[in-house]
Design a protein around this ligand. Sequence first.
Ligand SMILES: Nc1ncnc2c1ncn2[C@@H]1O[C@H](COP(=O)(O)OP(=O)(O)OP(=O)(O)O)[C@@H](O)[C@H]1O
Ligand SMILES: [Mg+2]
Length: 366
Amino acid sequence: MEKEKDPGLVQFRGVMKKFGDVLAVEKTDLDIPEGSLVTLLGPSGCGKTTLLRMVAGLETPTEGDIYIKGNRINDVPIHKRNLGMIFQNYALFPHKTIFDNVAFGLKYRNIPKDKIKEKVSRALEMVRLPGVENRMPSQLSGGQQQRIALARAIVIEPDVLLMDEPLSALDENLREEMRLEIDNIQRMLGVTSIFVTHDQREALSMSDKIVVMEGGKKQQEGGPEEVYNNPANHFVADFLGHSNFVDGVIQSRDGDSYRVKLEDGNELMAEGGDWREGDAVEVVVRAQKLDIVPRDSHQTDDAVNCFFGKIKERSYMGGEVSYFVELENGTVLHVIGIVKTKPFRRGDPVAVTAPPRHCKLLRKEG
Ligand SMILES: Nc1ncnc2c1ncn2[C@@H]1O[C@H](COP(=O)(O)OP(=O)(O)OP(=O)(O)O)[C@@H](O)[C@H]1O
Ligand SMILES: [Mg+2]
C-alpha cells in the first residue's frame, strides 16, 4: 500500500449528481490519496462513470465540491485540469499517426518539438511499444491500441489518471496482461489514479483502495483485503466473492465470538461487531473458507461449527472444485475447495466445518 502523503489529492465533499429525476450519485465524501490507485467497483448503473466524469469535467456536480491538490475544480474547464484519461473504447484518432495521437495533449502546452519527440518516445517505451510512431491506429491490435491510449494519457504527466473500464473490450488473456501493465506503470510513475470497473478480480488485484458502490451510494471503502474479509453489509459480501448467508439470532457472547442460533436450527460460533442477546443477524461465510472432509473421517460430533450433509452438486474448475452441500436440515452451502486428493462425488457424505473467525456477523437488513 502506498504511503498516504496527504489526506487526498482528489477530494469529494458532499458531491451529488442528478440527471433530471435520476439520482445517479448520492451525496458522497471520498479521498483519493496521492500516488494511490483507487478503484470504484460496483454493478452497472451504480454511478461509477458519473463520479469519474465529474472529476474529468465532463459532468458538473448538482451539489458539493471536488478538489484536486486542494483547489476546488468545479468551475475549472476540462483542458485546464491536468488529467489523463483512458476509456473502454480506445478512442484514438483513426486518421492520425501514433505519434500525433500520443503527442496530442502536448501540442497545446508550448513544448518545443524535440522535447515532444523525446516525451512521446519515452511514453511508448513505457507501454512497451517503442518505435511505432509512424504507424496508424488500424495497424495495431486492440490491446496495442489500448497501450497507446495509456501512453497518450501519461505523456502529459497528469495530476490524476482516470480510467473507465479500460480492460473490458479486451479478451481474457490480453486483459490480464494489460492489467499488469497499468499496475506497473501506475506504481512506477506514482500517478494518483481512479480506476472504474465492475470486475471484482480486477479491483482486488490492483487497488490500494476499493470503493464499493451500489445505487449511487458508497457501500464501503477500504483496502482489498479489508473489503473482502470484512464486508460492511450484505451487498458487499455478495458482490465480492462467493458467499453463504444464513439468518440467525444472537444467543450469547464468549469473548470475541458469539453463539448464534441459526434459523435452520443449527448453532454456530461467529465473530465481528458488537451485539446483544436477541439481535437479529446474518452470518456470512465465504465459500473458500469452508472446509470439507469425508463424513467418516470426522468422528467428533461436538466439534464447533461442524455440519453434516451430502454433496448435491459439484463442478470441477481445474485446481479447484465448487461443491453445493445439502445439510441434513436442508440448508445448502457453497464450498469451494482446492483439490488435494480425489474430489468428492455427488451423493458423498461429508462434514463441512466453518472456522468461527471466518463466520462474520452482519446486521440483518430489511
Ligand atoms: N446523461 C445521463 N442522463 C440521464 N441519466 C444518466 C446519464 N448518465 C448516467 N445516467 C444514469 O445515472 C446512473 C449512473 O450511471 P453511470 O453511468 O454512472 O453508471 P455506471 O456505474 O458507470 O454503470 P456501467 O457499469 O453500466 O457503466 C444510471 O442510472 C444511469 O442511467
Ligand atoms: Mg460506466
